[in-house]
Design a protein around this ligand. Structure first.
Ligand code: 5AD
Ligand code: FES
Length: 354
């Protein structure tokens, strides 16, 4: 199917996109979701890919105003998993059938480049065929190359908002959107499958900002896109701002599917947190990935980016079964394979490795 055949006719104009970003008409939204589902099925059928998420450290040197584990929050009980604990999570995940591990942390200075390389090499040695995804923030290009050579395949780094002006309202001065975007381009160039993404309903966000997010995604053409509602966290500067709209988040998922037909798009935990069937509805709006938690139960609650996060009291095996049941109930098929992007071919060596 061609892109234009599945797209509502005028989706390529800014005006039309802005209309769908803002429209609260449920029938229009449903038409958008149906088109997104059809396009998703044409590339991936009813399959939903499972990724095992390991949140290995909640230390963070950054101070994003929205994030619960920001370095400036003294109320967070900090933890850091040892390499052996991380490997134990992987072994459990492997037994449960996972073939993708996602290693996520704050920007924790203890995890130097050398320690990350050591972690990736250890996982790669024990699991030669699994996909290794890193979600560990901003590094220089050379570090990204070293992680890639150590065996990492994918990298998640949400851009958070593609508007300079909006970015400055969500982050302290030390952080820069230009650098973040540069990281994404570098990662892509090195040969990673790259995930960008943004929050819906962060303070001061306008429909035009969301349009910029979509235009940036079209330019970057990431392999994965994470989209979730902003949810306030009580110990952050944004504690008193309202959460993002559930419906608008679903529309942004659908629009992203329509603009990037083959992208892997998770139905995020944040979406499941603000509505009991949030993740299922995310899948019905065009998402095709879920990321159940593999972190040890003892530390789950401590990785609190936002309040009331779901799945913090369940064992990994329970999450796995729970998601499987939920998905099947909505007519989807759990797929435990690596689930690379349709049409993806792994490059063996970084582009400029000489
Ligand atoms: N609400 C929703 N999502 C959040 N994230 C961080 N803080 C919040 C929050 N308060 C998201 C960011 C980050 C990802 C790991 O979690 O988009 O990239
Ligand atoms: Fe670390 Fe937000 S403060 S990601």
């Amino acid at each position: 199917m061609t892109l234009s055949a599945a797209m509502p006719p005028d989706l390529r104009s800014d005006q039309a996109l802005l209309h769908y970003i803002s429209s609260e008409d449920p029938q229009e939204a449903e038409a958008l979701f149906a088109a997104a589902r059809e396009l998703r099925s044409s590339h991936y059928g009813q399959d939903v890919y499972f990724r095992g998420l390991i949140e290995f450290s909640n230390y963070c040197r950054n101070n994003c105003y929205y994030c619960g584990i920001r370095g400036g929050n003294p109320r967070v009980e900090r933890y850091r998993l040892s390499l052996e604990e991380i490997l134990r999570c992987c072994r459990l995940g492997d037994l449960l059938g996972y073939r993708t591990f996602v290693f996520q942390s704050g920007e924790d200075p203890w995890f130097t480049e050398g320690r990350i390389v050591e972690m990736v090499e250890a996982v790669r040695k024990e699991f030669p065929d699994h996909a290794i995804t890193l979600s560990i923030g901003e590094w220089g290009r050379e570090s990204y190359e070293h992680f890639f050579r150590a065996g990492a395949n994918r990298y998640l780094l949400r851009h958070e908002t593609a508007s300079e002006e909006h970015y400055r309202k969500l982050h302290p001065r030390e952080m820069s959107l230009r650098e973040r975007k540069q990281c994404l381009w570098d990662l892509k160039d090195i040969g990673y499958q790259v995930g960008a993404g943004f929050m819906v309903g962060t303070p001061f966000q306008t429909p035009e900002n969301l349009l910029e997010d979509l235009r940036f995604l079209q330019e970057l053409e990431p392999h994965m896109v994470g989209i979730g509602p902003f949810i306030p966290q009580a110990d952050t500067p944004f504690r008193d701002y309202p959460r993002g709209s559930f419906e608008q988040t679903l529309r942004m998922v659908a629009l992203t599917r329509l603009l990037l037909p083959r992208a892997l798009i998770p139905a995020t935990t944040a979406l499941g947190t603000i509505s009991p069937l949030g993740r299922e509805k995310g899948l019905m709006a065009g998402a095709n990935v879920v990321m159940p938690n593999l972190s040890p139960k003892a530390v789950r609650k401590l990785y609190a980016l936002y309040d009331h996060k779901i799945c913090t009291g369940d064992e990994a095996a329970e999450c796995r079964l729970c998601m499987e049941g939920r998905i099947r109930h909505f007519g989807f098929e759990p797929n435990m394979a690596r689930g690379d992007m349709a049409g993806w071919e792994q490059r063996k060596v970084p582009a400029n490795a000489g």
